[in-house]
Write a protein that binds this ligand. Sequence first.
Ligand code: ATP
Length: 302
Amino acid sequence: MHVHVVGNACIDTTFRLGRFPAAGETLNATAYADGLGGKGANQAVAAARTGAAVTLWTALGKDPLGAWIRSQLDMELSDVQVSEFDLPSDRSTIVIDAGGENFIVSGVACSEAFDPIAQTALARRITPGEILVCQGNLRGAATNACLRAARKNGTRTILNASPIDEAALPDFGLADMLVVNQSEAKALTGQMDMAAAAGALAAKGAATVAITLGAEGCLVLGHGQAGALCLPAPHVKALDTSGAGDVFCGCLAGGLARGMPITSGLKFALAAAAISVTRPGTLLSCPSASEMAALVDQTELS
Ligand code: ATP
């Protein structure tokens, strides 16, 4: 079963330094590096490493950065459908202090210009039984158009509604499965209790709601369950949790594409995300294809 991931791809430039600069201050970083990033790219790579067939639909600028991002994507994915724009490619600057706190500034011109249904063959390519994965980086209307086309085609949809733009939220009622983290669930519902938040999100129409709970695992509501079910995360020593949410979503899609029922797909995603938090980096920390193969075997046997 094929997974179509629609979303952003960008270059992440990470600076590490002892403390954040004050306004007007210049500080030298202790380390810095460029890497492939973007929730669309991250989730597509994670899904592909599960062994599922994956297509990434993304937008890049016609600039050297776009060419570099494309070359990185081609190393990981066998099918990358790129819409090119006369705009600067998307990029993020991530600044991390000695305590692990970070702030991120992003340029998102290509994501904002991207309308996959109007500009690509996505609507003609998705077929019944396949899986479409969207995130919150594109304009809400563009995401809704993708979800609507998928629903019309009988394609299953996973919406990871992150990041949240309160002014232009996608229509959760168009998603078969909605995935958010705890702070997003609180922001979207005003509920501090996650079971209540899942209920409030389900009332917005998604058939299944999954809320990721960091080290606590995830909570799932829907798909025929009477109440919310809490699935624990494996106990690990976390080193760097950045990108764990993308590993979770990509692996969930990959697991479902490989025929796992929803609960098994969630357990598989929890196991893969737990590995990722024990390592530094975002995409760098994603389990390899051989690690994923071992996790698939364990999940299918459990
Ligand atoms: P991020 O923004 O860091 O990528 P997130 O805030 O979107 O992640 P979280 O709920 O923090 O989402 O984490 C996603 C998933 O990653 C969790 O559901 C869990 O499976 C895994 N995870 C995160 N932190 C830990 C941890 N300390 N131990 C084990 N698993 C973890």
